[in-house]
Design a protein around this ligand. Sequence first.
Ligand code: PEP
Ligand code: MG
Length: 581
Amino acid sequence: MLELHGIPVSPGVVIGPALVLDPDGYSIPRCYIAAADVADEFDRLQHAVDVVSRSLEENRLQTSAKLGNSTGDIFAAQLQMLHDPRLSAELRRRITEQQQSAAYSVSQVLHNYAAAMRRLKSSLLAERAEDVLDIEKQLLLALGAVTSDPLKELTHSVIELSHNLTPSETANLDRRFVKGFCTETGGPGGHTAIVAKGLELPAVVGIGQFLDRVGESAQVIVDGDHGTLILDPDEETLQRYLSGQERQRIFARSLEELRDQPASTTDGTRVRLNANIEFPHEVASCLERGADGIGLYRTEFLYLSSDQEPSEEDHYQAYAQVVRAIGDRPVVIRTLDLGADKMGHRPLAENEHNPFLGLRSIRLSLKNQDLFRPQLRAVLRAAVHGDIWVMFPLITTLAELRQARMLVNVVAEDLAEEGVPVRRDIPIGMMVEVPAAVLMLDRFVKEVDFLSIGTNDLVQYTLAVDRSNEYVADLYQSSDPAVLRLIQHSVKVADEAQIPIAVCGEMSSRPSRALLLLGLGVRSLSVPPNALPKVKKAIRTVSIQECQEIAARAMTLESAREVDIFLAERLRELVPELILQ
Ligand code: PEP
Ligand code: MG
């Protein structure tokens, strides 16, 4: 048994067989072999090299005959790489000295070669890196170690273990079979984490190198509540987790009765408790858990979950589906937040050194109006059918807000001229997720109908911490006093201007922090669907005065750690059920 620790990003516990993917997404069935199998494993590698060698030679001959020797030479160069004595020596060393499986050594060595070539930043070497990866793939196929896309050919439940998962890869996981995942890289606020929560897949990221320690047909436990990955658990640990899962199920069932109860504090203060979604189908689980509406619909996932760029009609159909499902409850559609860790189909911003400070979000939409206009047209068309609000992400300057608003007007005019029914008085809001927006909020409130604080990005930009970086994950804290001050200021400015303000970042999904937000004056929260019951439970157990006392004390503290210790204490006193389960 081996217990590893990482960053808990999506709650729940899952137990099952591991599917290990190497950094290129290939499935490596086992990484290590028994000492007695070393000679056989080396023979297997030799055989695979012979198979690939014959196939490359055949390609060389055929291509030279059809397209000339210079094209055929591409395969001659690959053959040369395959037979490079340094490569064979390194593979032999790993198999014989480290008892690595042939597939694992091929994957490691060739992947490292390709990465080293890419780092040299020469376009010639970058092309050679692709050749190296091609040889890797062919060798792995010859070793029977890979299928072309192991995730697409699943027939039984697995827990995916991989180096990294992008938000779009996560969005495309087949939920019928993938029951949870762990990655070596990744940070607490990355969008991979957010999608995992949306899909309700227990997940732990940022564990550091561990894939080489996963044994053959390993059984694993992913504890997404505590950030633990257990490889090959012993019987006692397994039983402990199984009974924990049972307790969780019973507790979850006990919260089901809250579904039709309002999210009101004990003194009768009504809090709006909305849900965040990435996909239209999630509306069903929001309603099952009694959401008041959709406080954040991350529409960019329409791009990340399909092979083709969505058309205006695709947008419209998705929004109409959400509105149909939610009835007359409000839906806040956030316009595209592409860029940084969420890339679309075409290269929108290449080679950015600091993509989170680059062409992302509203900046990207304003620069690519052929993407933005179809979305706005679809929003205005869908708004005729329900209570849709539109919200712009990452607004930093007044000019951006004005430009985006103007575009809404232009698009509405176009539609009206075309005779298409549109809703002209759609509420327009912005996310508050950049400190500059907080500082200028007294101006912004004059030009918006509502605000929503995106703490995920606000934390990132206030504390200068990349939200998807495991190395600085300990600094990424929404309970940091600097972040709390920005929230407090924002609520005050919004209240003075009588503009509704919500918090839709992940901060609001942690019950203790949700109570702090109520104490700071927030009366509208939006949380991932699976957090609705516990946040509602917390809200319904406390009074606003208790929340205000929590906030007053928290604002005197000097570090995130002090704030968290204090909040945990207060939650234990006020809502012990949430701590005990
Ligand atoms: C946020 O930044 O808090 C937010 C809600 O948006 P996202 O997580 O999609 O960036
Ligand atoms: Mg954001």
